[in-house]
Ligand binder design. Structure first.
Ligand SMILES: [Zn+2]
Length: 285
């Protein structure tokens, strides 16, 4: 694929999981409840150090969703907490205070619940995504999977919009060619592409490690089977989506991406198969 010019190191983690009926997330899925890990990634950049792609859950997710209307969110996606990103990093010798950047794919609670644990981090996120949620409260927020109390009070001052980083063209024939990308550090290490639909201004990330080319696609698809077998979610899942049409376009681009680049590791945030392969199995990406 050759769109990344600088290698990074990548580790995948999950900070717990939630459960859903499987058929909601994938066509032909079962009526039973399935576990969806709350994945996040630790990226080590050769110049810019350790950064995160999302944070997954943290215990404040439960505290901030105890009362109505936010409890509706916690009820529709029952959560089992695991170790938080901050605690996991501490255990591996990285102090949360030393994390200088967090890339926020989108503003759903299961992706931003840990942001407050990183007091010195700048937030690389879509300005459009932030604008879409920043005034939402109550039921309007819940409908968008957003819990305002999870955002640090000074989020806006620490926001560094992805849209202000250099634009980059993707190769002809690349399924995201028409979308284009943003070269977050202007060195070809992390290429952010718009994967909106599931959430407004959602961004995924192309990166390359020593061994693999990877695409962290956030919630553009919920499982590896979904893009491999072209099985989009149930229409009911569209209730939380700001744009079903955009969701379908993005979903198809990822189906095509896998067809065109079968070696590419496409990593959805909530895929148990990816979790088993890359995390439990200990495979180093
Ligand atoms: Zn989401």
């Amino acid at each position: 694929m050759n769109i990344n010019k600088t290698n990074v190191a990548l580790q995948l983690h999950a900070s717990g999981y939630c459960t859903h009926r499987e058929f909601v997330t994938i066509s032909g899925g079962s009526w039973g409840h399935t576990r969806y890990p709350a994945g996040y990634a630790v990226i080590q950049h050769p110049q810019h150090g350790v950064m995160l792609f999302d944070t997954g859950y943290a215990s404040r997710f439960l505290e901030t969703t105890r009362a109505l209307p936010y409890s509706l969110y916690a009820k529709t996606t029952p959560v089992c907490l695991g170790e938080s990103a901050a605690s996991q990093l501490r255990r591996s010798g990285v102090q949360p205070e030393d994390v200088k950047r967090i890339i926020v794919s989108h503003f759903h609670g299961d992706h931003i619940a840990g942001l407050r644990d990183f007091p010195n981090a700048e937030f690389l996120a879509s300005r459009a995504a932030y604008e879409a949620v920043k005034r939402l409260t109550g039921l309007a927020a819940v409908r968008r999977g957003f819990v305002p109390a999870l955002l640090p009070d000074d989020f806006e001052q620490r926001l560094s919009p992805i849209e202000e980083t250099p634009r980059i063209a993707l190769p002809d024939g690349h399924p995201f060619h028409a979308v284009g990308g943003y070269d977050l550090f202007a060195d070809g290490s992390l290429i952010a592409v718009d994967v909106s639909g599931h959430a407004a201004g959602q961004y995924g990330l192309f990166l390359r490690t020593e061994r693999n080319e990877c695409f962290l696609c956030a919630d553009a698809v919920w499982s590896s089977a979904a893009y491999r077998e072209d099985r989009p979610p149930h229409p009911a899942a569209g209730l939380i989506m700001p744009s079903r049409r955009q969701y379908r376009d993005t979903f198809q681009r990822i189906v095509q991406l896998h067809k065109r680049y079968p070696q590419l590791c496409i990593i959805p945030s909530h895929c148990m198969e990816a979790w088993n392969r890359y995390i439990e199995g200990g495979e180093v990406l």
